[in-house]
Design a binder for this molecule. Sequence first.
Ligand code: GAR
Length: 228
Amino acid sequence: MNPSQPARLVVLISGTGRNLQALIDAAERDDLHARIVLVISNRPGVQGLARAEAAGIATQTIDHRDYPTREAFDQVLGDAIAAVEPDIVALAGFMRILTAEFIRRFEGRMLNIHPSLLPKYRGLQTHRRALEAADHWHGASIHFVTEELDGGPVVLQGRIAVEPTDTEETLARRVMENVELQIYPAAVRWMADGRLRLRDHVAWLDDTQLQTPALWPLEESTEDSPTP
Ligand code: GAR
């Protein structure tokens, strides 16, 4: 990463792109410390692509259905990402399982957002599973992407109380609005500032090994401290 330049960020999406929009908005406020150089979707015509285009960001669609194997798709996807030399790759609602080869190519630079309090509820239908388990708390997590599906070191989590009246839809909306849209820009900014690193399969924030994920809202002691 070149400290005099904002970090180069590639965002991978498959759909609505609300998390992408939060990253775009943070970048426009100069809050991200990163420039989104490319948005790639594996699905044509999704709303996230329109959001990127409206913000003047380059987009590419690489439709997984055009490739005979997962390996062939991941090769083309990986080449498109590598071509723009990103410092950070953010999966934002990217609904594809990635091959180990692809993950190794970008390991340590790749983050994912997952709508659960990992390690709970890897995979799909996280909101329904939290309700079925009568959990008191639910939320979302940012983690480094490693070869284990939704299993890489978790760096930041935010949680909300599950209300007795919650349905899958209300819970999903509250997790999105109150947690997801807040935590992804914060974690990308840590990466952009060189504060967050993956070393020997362990996440480090500054000089601290993250034994447990940081919790949103953050108590940032190193930032915004008054100058003497
Ligand atoms: C988000 O809730 C994200 O956490 C989830 O997909 C949604 C995408 O919404 N990702 C996963 O489930 C990944 N396993 P968005 O496109 O509007 O940001």
